[in-house]
Design a protein around this ligand. Structure first.
Ligand code: PLP
Length: 371
């Protein structure tokens, strides 16, 4: 049967009855790419994979959550959805709203939103409301407005979001035949790290999802397909690292705009994941994040957005330090596509540009000089 998206594909493991119409764009089934050049170049012997979620239809993992959230919203008769967003949630909400024939309202922060993401919200016809504040202000306002307006919240506080996102863990278990030993993710609101833990727990027959899900949303067909669960590691940007500071950060600041969040919505769930999996949180500076984005692009041909590079950045550091044990299998989630935010790469101009007169000899010389 043609693959139509994760709601249909994993329906027996999601809280949707067979008659619920999926609002889908063939999201999911993203590649799990084994890194070959980087481990050689850095001289370590871990099997290191990246799950490239930037290849979802709107270019980030948010599509996994959005197909589930919008499917449920439409099923409940909702005519409009609303979210606060640093960019990717609004892009996904806009696209899935169009697919469903309903309206998307997206609250974005002042400035600091990647142009590609804003273009997505615009091209799909979302109502873009710019809040003179940051993401956390937008999130607070969304919660307040939804109390009185007939709109469904599709931020990750909507439990259907995490239900959709847990399927990434299913796919990894299917691809590897087991769960990895370590799973590393960038952490903003911490919904995704929570969702992955739900997925790994269900895939291995653990009932810990009960801690993070309302009873009505627990899935029933918990086919055990892995015997292990990974150690979950979350990396934050140093300027937006509430999990490292032990509480909300007032003015989060980082080049990794997708994780520029000071007051994570899944705060307690993420601490639960950390404890139960035996994992940890750490932070990466903006300079480290950008260097890793470049390193990955230059050595493996994979272009992710800055926030995504935080997972690989932290993983490489922790492998080097021996905190991630030698020989173990590591998966890093690359949450979003680098094409969303080309500005960050082009900021320094066209590095390596070679300019020549429009003559064959000049082009030949330019080539020969660089072979
Ligand atoms: C949303 C997002 C994150 C953060 O995910 P959380 O679930 O909020 O922790 C990281 N990277 C990208 C590209 C995102 O869009």
């Amino acid at each position: 049967m043609r693959y139509t998206g994760l709601v249909d594909h994993y329906r027996s493991r999601l809280p949707f009855a067979p008659n619920v119409r999926a609002i889908a764009l063939c999201e999911g089934r993203t590649p799990l790419i084994k890194l070959e050049n980087l481990p050689k170049r850095l001289g370590f012997e871990n099997d290191l994979y990246v799950k490239f979620e930037g290849l979802n239809p709107t270019g980030s993992f948010k599509d996994r959550g959005m197909t589930a959230a919008v499917t449920q919203a439409v099923h409940e008769g909702s005519r409009a959805i609303i979210c606060a967003s640093t960019g990717n949630t609004s892009a996904a909400a806009a696209a899935y709203a169009v697919r469903a024939g309903i309206t998307a309202f997206v609250l974005i922060p002042e400035g600091k939103i990647a142009l590609g993401k804003l273009a997505q919200a615009v091209v799909h016809g979302a109502v873009v409301i710019q809040v003179m504040g940051n993401f956390d202000d937008g999130m607070r306002l969304v919660k307040e407005v939804a109390q009185t307006s007939p709109v469904s919240i599709v931020n990750s506080i909507n439990p259907f979001r995490l239900q959709g996102q847990k399927t990434a863990a299913f796919e990894i278990v299917e691809a590897l035949g087991r769960a990895p030993d370590y799973h590393c993710l960038p952490v903003g609101n911490a919904g995704n790290i929570t969702a992955h833990w739900i997925g790994y727990s269900e895939a291995s027959g653990h009932d810990t999802a009960a801690h993070t899900l309302p009873a009505a949303l627990r899935t029933y067909d918990q086919t055990a397909i892995a015997s292990n669960r990974p150690i979950m590691v979350g990396y934050q940007a140093a300027g937006a690292a509430p999990f490292l500071r032990g509480g909300p950060v007032k003015d989060p600041e980082t080049v990794a705009t997708a994780i520029r969040i000071g007051d994570p919505q899944s705060w307690s769930q993420a601490w639960h994941v950390q404890k139960e999996s035996g994992g940890w949180f750490d932070e990466c500076t903006d300079a480290e994040i950008l260097a890793t984005q470049k390193l990955l692009a230059e050595s493996e041909g994979v272009f992710c957005e800055p926030a995504s590079a935080a997972s690989l950045c932290g993983a490489l550091r922790d492998i080097k330090a021996g905190k991630i044990k030698p020989g173990k299998t590591v998966v890093c989630t690359l949450t979003g596509n680098g094409l969303k935010d080309p500005d960050v790469v082009m900021k320094n101009g066209l590095t390596g540009l070679v300019q020549v007169p429009a003559e064959r000899a000049a082009v030949e010389k330019a080539i020969l000089n660089r072979l």
